[in-house]
Ligand binder design. Structure first.
Ligand SMILES: [Zn+2]
Length: 187
């Protein structure tokens, strides 16, 4: 995966129901997930082409509406990179593009987030200085090592108050999940 993809791809944390079926598969669905029709954002619902109203809008095929997905409850959406830090440093799990926190682990997670919001020291692990560094890349080929320029790594950083906001938003999702007997899931 290329660096810009890591920065642009996002992962959403939300409250989900878990359906463990007899065939051994597990289905995780955001709370009250449903398909919805929304006003087309290209033509703003007029159904006509933005530049030449003689033609139908390409986005919605002249219907003025597009299909979208909706679910209930708070969410937290972030870059894969930040989500990776949340999964590793808050949820204590190995990074994966999707996963969940079991119901039995939710009370402990709730306590941890409340502590993070209240205790500055607990936030230090997730606070990052902005970085902009050129990593050195070592390539090994036929037993010969070459040292060259690696990818430019840009980290946006996260200050203490942003870390606090992150914990507060995740806590909202966790509390919503607990209230509705759901799990915290990401994907
Ligand atoms: Zn349209």
């Amino acid at each position: 995966m290329k660096i810009h993809e890591i920065l642009l791809e996002t992962i959403t944390f939300n409250a989900c129901s878990v359906d463990k079926r007899d065939d051994g598969t597990t289905h995780i669905t955001p709370h009250n997930w449903r398909k919805v029709k929304e006003k087309c954002w290209v033509c703003k619902g007029t159904s006509k082409d933005k530049y030449d109203p003689k033609y139908d809008c390409d986005m919605c095929y002249g219907t003025g509406k597009i299909d979208n997905e909706a679910c209930d409850g708070p969410q937290m959406r972030m870059s894969n990179m930040s989500a990776g830090e949340v999964i590793r440093d808050i949820l204590d799990q190995e990074f994966d593009y999707s996963g969940m926190v079991e119901k039995t682990d939710m009370p402990k997670l709730r306590q941890k987030l409340i502590r993070m919001i209240n205790v500055e020291k607990d936030r230090e692990k997730l606070t990052r200085d902005p970085t902009d560094e050129q990593k050195t890349r070592v390539t090994r080929k036929d037993g010969v090592s070459t040292i060259g320029k690696g990818p430019q790594m840009i980290g946006f950083g996260r200050n203490d108050s942003q870390t606090k906001q992150l914990a507060a938003q995740l806590l909202k999702v966790v509390e919503y999940a607990a209230k509705h007997d759901l799990v915290l899931s990401w994907g």
